[in-house]
Ligand binder design. Structure first.
Ligand SMILES: Cc1cc2nc3c(=O)[nH]c(=O)nc-3n(C[C@H](O)[C@H](O)[C@H](O)COP(=O)(O)O)c2cc1C
Length: 181
């Protein structure tokens, strides 16, 4: 049976490099028989985590009522979650970080999911993406008790202007990663 694949798109640039890489990832996933959906975090109203931890005593209900309510349901329902973001100052951008912080409310529901990372940056090689990869691994590691895992990552290197990722090896790698979901 096909899996449910959710792409959280952190870039504020629709049609930008991470967006295009995500499309290749989704194309691969769909061709492999899975359902794939992309959510643009830019279009959502998502407040920063207040750190009140009220969610820990209310079965995962956040005190904020915003578009995370919709995302919580989508993340819970997904078999695979891809975090797509440009590298901003060596890690994922604020839109992504804000949404991920809010998932503290649903830690108990992060069971049996596979996480992917789709990144792009101006820097020329993986060496410069080490912080983002480390953040990704440690984020996924928080759900290891629920049997969630890392599925892989792909980066577009040396890309800045929207669309520059087209024609780079990252496109094929993203497609293959999608097929392997
Ligand atoms: C605020 C800001 C910080 C950035 N910091 C980095 C960085 O640390 N490393 C890097 O490789 N690229 C950096 N970049 C470049 C972006 O990652 C690059 O333009 C990327 O292609 C944007 O992705 P998008 O097209 O998906 O929006 C930065 C860009 C911005 C706007």
């Amino acid at each position: 049976m096909g899996k449910t694949v959710l792409v959280l798109m952190g870039s504020p640039r629709k049609g930008g490099n991470s967006d295009r890489l995500s499309d290749e990832f989704m194309r691969g996933a769909r061709e492999a028989g899975h359902e794939a959906e992309k959510i643009y975090l830019k279009d959502k109203v998502i407040g920063a985590c207040l750190g009140c931890l009220a969610c820990q005593g209310t079965g995962g209900r956040c005190v904020q009522n915003d578009d995370m309510d919709e995302l919580y349901e989508k993340i819970k329902a997904a078999d695979s979650v891809a975090l797509a973001s440009p590298v901003y100052f060596y890690t994922w951008n604020a839109l992504m970080k804000t949404a991920l912080d809010r998932t503290v409310a649903i830690v108990a529901d992060m069971t049996d999911k596979t996480f992917y990372l789709i990144g792009v940056g101006q820097a020329p090689s993986e060496r410069y993406m080490a912080t983002m990869i480390d953040c990704f691994r440690k984020y996924v590691g928080c759900f290891r008790a629920g049997d969630s895992r890392e599925g892989g990552y792909v980066f577009g290197y040396g890309v800045d202007k929207p669309g520059e990722v087209e024609g780079t090896p990252a496109m094929g790698l993203a497609y293959e990663m999608g097929k392997s979901v």
